[in-house]
Design a protein around this ligand. Structure first.
Ligand code: C2E
Ligand code: CA
Ligand code: CA
Length: 437
């Protein structure tokens, strides 16, 4: 009996160990296959156990684990199993859930959220209070629809997703999630390599005034991927932001765009053109951003007033003072600022007044339906009025037809990023426009 207990139970908490839990899981799958009822596996990992263990010592760490075990047992129904897999990893097996997958998932979520709340309460260890949250990964099963080992992996993977999502949350595994996880990992590795191998290039989209004259371009990054072909920024910019790869990428974009301005400056027909460059919030927030931009301007010896940085409203979500300080520093050198995608985001008018902006950019989503949707037309007009009252210029992006252009013109907007005139294209395709305007 004693050796039996050693073989199947965790000595510290008295909970079933991995071996016993997998036995029970196997059985649950067999029963479920007959009854058709659903089941779920929850992987629970404490978020900061290592810190507690390292700072308070193993004795107190052990006490914490015991309390966690008690709380877990108290959170589930009698027929469910709670096990300790080792360290601060616990596993809960839920059985006899609904036959309907969505309902079974909802039941599982309820239990998992209850566990999160329970584990989040303070722990009294000797005379001190401690705090610990947890992350939970959930995987659903119905009979033998997945192999047991696979199910264990799925719950584990979902648990890592929960950690990545900021901890103290529940994440579910499904195959779509697995695919997403794999794709993202591959893309990130590719992105790193792409930067090293110089696979990025800039496309340029022309901008015209109301007479149709070219006034400048917006630089838009593209990825010439050796296998995928030309990849658009919406696919990789968000990932580059998450992984901080936007810092080297954004630096390269600025450097390349400024080098192009320097080439244009040498020819009278292109010397007056402006270059708009998109800057991600993450890039702008970097403490060295101002210095980096100024160093590039210096190195390429361009006229800083030809450079326009496009920022978005997401920048204004925190530390507006820092944003204003940086903008002011760059503006003192003549660099201009445009607020991109205007009208889609935060748009706090109070902040807008304080930002040293030069331009508002009417978002493409309003321009698209400006002829058919009264609201969009009204928004476009309101943005023009607002820009005027703030003494800013205004440009519309995504102008695809002359009718749209005319309506915008009547509304008071006289600058366009005109798709008809020119889709974003490599520099070779843009050059002829420069010479002939
Ligand atoms: P954005 O800054 O709002 O850029 C405008 C996007 O709308 C571009 O897509 C452009 O090709 C597209 N567009 C402009 N006019 C039209 C039109 O009339 N019709 C249609 N169908 N599309 C139009 P793109 O190049 O795919 O860029 C998407 C977004 O990626 C950009 O949106 C910008 O937020 C981001 N991005 C692009 N390049 C960079 C970069 O170098 N750095 C950073 N941080 N972000 C970039
Ligand atoms: Ca832009
Ligand atoms: Ca935009």
């Amino acid at each position: 009996m004693r050796s039996n207990k050693l073989a199947f139970y965790d000595t510290l908490t008295g909970l079933p160990n991995r071996r016993l839990l997998t036995d029970r899981l196997n059985q649950a799958m067999m029963v479920g296959a007959r009854s058709r009822r659903g089941g779920a596996l929850l992987f629970i990992d404490l978020d900061n156990f290592k810190t507690i263990n390292d700072t308070l010592g193993h004795d107190k760490g052990d006490q914490l684990l015991k309390q966690v075990a008690e709380r877990l047992v108290g959170s589930v129904r009698e027929g469910d199993s709670v096990a300790r897999f080792g360290g601060d990893e616990f596993v809960v097996l839920l059985e006899n859930l609904s036959e309907k997958p969505e309902t079974a998932a909802a039941q599982t979520r309820t239990v998992a959220e209850k566990i999160l709340v329970m584990l989040n309460r303070n722990y009294q260890i000797e005379n001190c209070r401690h705090y610990s949250s947890s992350s939970i990964g959930a995987a659903m099963f119905s009979g033998h629809d997945v192999a047991m080992e696979e199910l264990l992996k799925q719950a584990d993977l979902a648990m890592y997703q929960a950690k990545a999502a900021g901890r103290n949350v529940v994440r579910f595994f499904d195959s779509a999630m697995q695919t997403a996880v794999n794709t993202r990992a591959a893309l990130e590795a590719d992105l790193r390599q792409g930067l090293q191998r110089s696979e990025f290039c800039l496309y340029y989209q022309p901008r015209v005034d109301c007479a149709g004259h070219l006034t400048g371009v917006e630089a838009l990054v593209r990825w010439r991927h050796p296998v995928r072909g030309l990849v658009l920024p919406d696919t990789f910019i968000p990932l580059a932001e998450d992984t901080r790869l936007i810092l080297p990428l954004g630096h390269w974009v600025l450097e390349t765009a400024c080098a192009q301005l320097a080439v244009w400056a040498k020819r009278p027909e292109s010397a007056g053109l402006t270059m708009a460059v998109n800057v991600s919030a993450r890039q702008f927030r970097h403490p060295d951003f101002v210095d980096q931009v100024l160093a590039i301007v210096d190195r390429t010896a361009i006229d800083p007033s030809r450079l326009k940085l496009e920022i978005t409203e997401s920048l204004l979500l925190d530390d507006v003072e820092d944003v204003i300080a940086k903008m002011t520093a760059l503006k003192a050198h003549g660099i201009g600022f445009s607020l991109d995608d205007f009208g889609t985001g935060y748009s706090s008018l109070a902040y807008l007044k304080r930002l040293p902006l030069d331009q508002l950019k009417i978002d493409r989503s309003f321009v698209r339906d400006v002829l058919t949707d009264q609201n969009d037309a009204a928004i476009a007009r309101a943005i023009v009025t607002l820009a005027r009252s703030l003494d800013l210029s205004v440009i519309a992006e995504g102008v695809e037809t002359e009718a749209q252009r005319d309506l915008l013109y009547e509304s008071g907007c006289a600058a366009y990023q005109w798709y008809l005139f020119g889709k974003p294209a490599p520099i070779e395709a843009i050059e002829p426009f420069l010479v002939h305007g």
